[in-house]
Design a protein around this ligand. Structure first.
Ligand SMILES: Cc1cc2nc3c(=O)[nH]c(=O)nc-3n(C[C@H](O)[C@H](O)[C@H](O)COP(=O)(O)OP(=O)(O)OC[C@H]3O[C@@H](n4cnc5c(N)ncnc54)[C@H](O)[C@@H]3O)c2cc1C
Length: 482
């Protein structure tokens, strides 16, 4: 550190060098900005990230203040941890090596919008984007189920997909993020504009590859979406329906989550529409497509139990707030010891594979599955809730899923590597080295995939068997490596 011997001295030096930027070490704010929603995934992750604290929180008002702050932090070797709303749940927002959390909530606003795309500042909340797009009949193609809380940059850098992914794929798919403005973490920060495929250098990078100040998304046609619940005799029926719906190109459907009866029983506000002992699927569908969806459901023995304008259901939650990450959130309310195993089913016989897995692992499991396209084809993403208080249960269930050719991801580690939802491959590592030469940008989150952690680290997370999603698909040539 230049002229500053302790971290506290370094923070003081940063304050002096960036005098206009509010930097606080208020203990309560620092504690709140040092956590995210990781504990939601179960006790393994909670033990991985617990206790890490930032030294201070900075809240720059605009890009110029952010650049002054970053320059000062680099000069005094203080780590920087970019942060949106802090709703991520893979430990990625946790300042593992302390430093200054950069709260981007004041760097917000829509910069420009037309029928095809929208460009916003990093800290813009996602609902503000759809509000700006609605008058011109457009909306975001994809958003997380946490849309109401999340920021534009937080979604791009920390998220992977969500509502809309059954039609448009994930954020990593070419075209789903059009442009990013990235500030490098150097003593003289540069502003880079990444376009097209190059946005993949920063997408799902856990905030380690520079600070994003602007995001450009493509837009799609907006609809007066309806929240529709369909009841089915069995999980297999609901899963087959989900697959049919994902492939039904003539229907405007944005979301669908099949689930088994046990899981359905935890979505407490919806109980009047979820008959006991039956599986169900929650869908988000355009008005003109409800008829077609009803026909498809009937072919699998299903019938519609709720059909309301989005957000007009019980307690006014939009239906998507029971799906994706929210499914586990509802389940956790009734099962505080819950841990989650997340995987993609194989293309060949996904429904039979899930049945076989459930019979092999036995015990209590809660199953929800979100429909999505992955690398261009239907690949249901299953979230299996298991009892996290049983030592080794997550490892055991993950190994059983892998043995059946499911692609498990290790969501129980705060590091990004080949077992993650997306790999952080050689091109991303090279980009990070170029924009963050001193390794100060959210340090501690990069897995060293050259080391076999399972030999050296006895933790449950390290023992977890997980292929990751990107690596297996990329080696088979289906998904271009980034
Ligand atoms: C109930 C629930 C449901 C969820 N559902 C989904 C879902 O459907 N799909 C999904 O993908 N995710 C989901 N998530 C995870 C998360 O909410 C989303 O990914 C969300 O978009 C993150 O946005 P955020 O603003 O909270 O980002 P944060 O949590 O603040 O940040 C996420 C990552 O991005 C980095 N980052 C933030 N801002 C910047 C910036 N300006 N520059 C560089 N790096 C930055 C951070 O360092 C961190 O690594 C869910 C989470 C919860 C709790």
């Amino acid at each position: 550190m230049t002229g500053a011997s302790t971290r506290a001295d370094a923070i003081e030096a940063v304050r002096r060098d960036a005098p206009g930027v509010p930097i606080t070490d208020d203990a309560e704010l620092v504690r709140r900005r040092s956590t995210d929603r990781s504990a939601m995934l179960g006790p393994i992750m909670a033990s991985e990230v617990g206790g890490s604290l930032a030294d201070a929180v900075a809240i720059p008002a605009d890009e110029a203040e952010l650049i002054a702050l970053v320059a000062a932090c680099v000069r005094h070797e203080v780590p920087v941890v970019p942060r949106g709303a802090g709703t991520s749940n893979f430990g990625q927002s946790i300042p593992l090596e302390g430093g200054i959390v950069i709260d981007t909530s004041r760097i917000r606003g829509v910069l420009r919008i037309d029928a095809d795309h929208v460009r916003v500042r990093a800290g813009t909340l996602l609902p503000a984007i759809d509000e700006a797009a609605r008058p011109i009949g457009r909306e975001l193609r994809i958003h997380p189920s946490s849309k109401r809380m999340s920021t534009a940059a937080g979604f791009v850098v920390g998220g992977h997909g969500g509502v809309g992914s059954m039609r448009h794929g994930g954020l990593a798919d070419l075209g789903n993020v059009q442009g990013l403005r990235v500030i490098t973490v150097e003593e003289e920060p540069r502003a880079l504009e990444l376009r097209g495929r190059d946005t993949g250098l920063v997408q799902f990078s856990f905030g380690m590859a520079g600070i994003v100040t602007e995001v450009e998304f493509p837009l799609t046609v907006s609809h007066a979406w309806r929240d529709v619940i369909v009841s089915f005799p069995t999980l297999a029926d609901a899963m087959h329906f989900g697959d049919d719906l994902t492939r039904a190109d003539g229907l405007d459907v944005k979301n669908c989550m099949p689930m088994e009866p046990g899981m359905a029983s935890y979505l407490t506000p919806l109980q009047a529409h979820l008959p006991t002992g039956r599986a169900a699927a929650l869908c988000m569908v355009a008005p003109a497509s409800v008829e077609g969806l009803t026909d498809l459901a009937a072919e699998r023995g299903g019938h519609v139990t709720m059909d309301v304008a989005m957000g007009d259901g019980p307690r006014s939650f939009p239906g998507y707030e029971y799906t994706w990450g929210h499914a586990m959130w509802w389940l956790r309310k009734g099962q505080p010891e819950l841990a989650e195993v997340l995987f993609l089913l194989p293309e060949r016989d996904p429904v039979g594979t899930l049945d076989e897995l459930l019979s092999r692992v036995g015990g209590e499991c809660w199953v929800s599955s979100t429909c999505q396209r992955f690398a261009g084809r239907p690949a249901p993403q299953v979230a299996l809730g298991v009892d996290g208080s049983v030592p080794g249960r997550v490892v055991e269930v993950s190994a059983a899923a892998e043995a059946l050719d499911c692609l498990v991801v290790n969501i129980h580690q705060a590091k990004l590597g080949s077992a993650s939802i997306r790999d952080f491959g050689p091109q991303q590592r090279a980009f990070k080295a170029a924009v963050d030469p001193r390794g100060l940008c959210n340090p501690g989150h990069l897995a060293d995939d050259l080391v076999d952690d399972r030999d050296t680290d006895g933790s449950e997370s390290a023992r977890l068997v997980a292929s990751g999603w990107s690596s297996r698909w990329s080696t088979s040539g289906e998904q271009p490596a980034r």
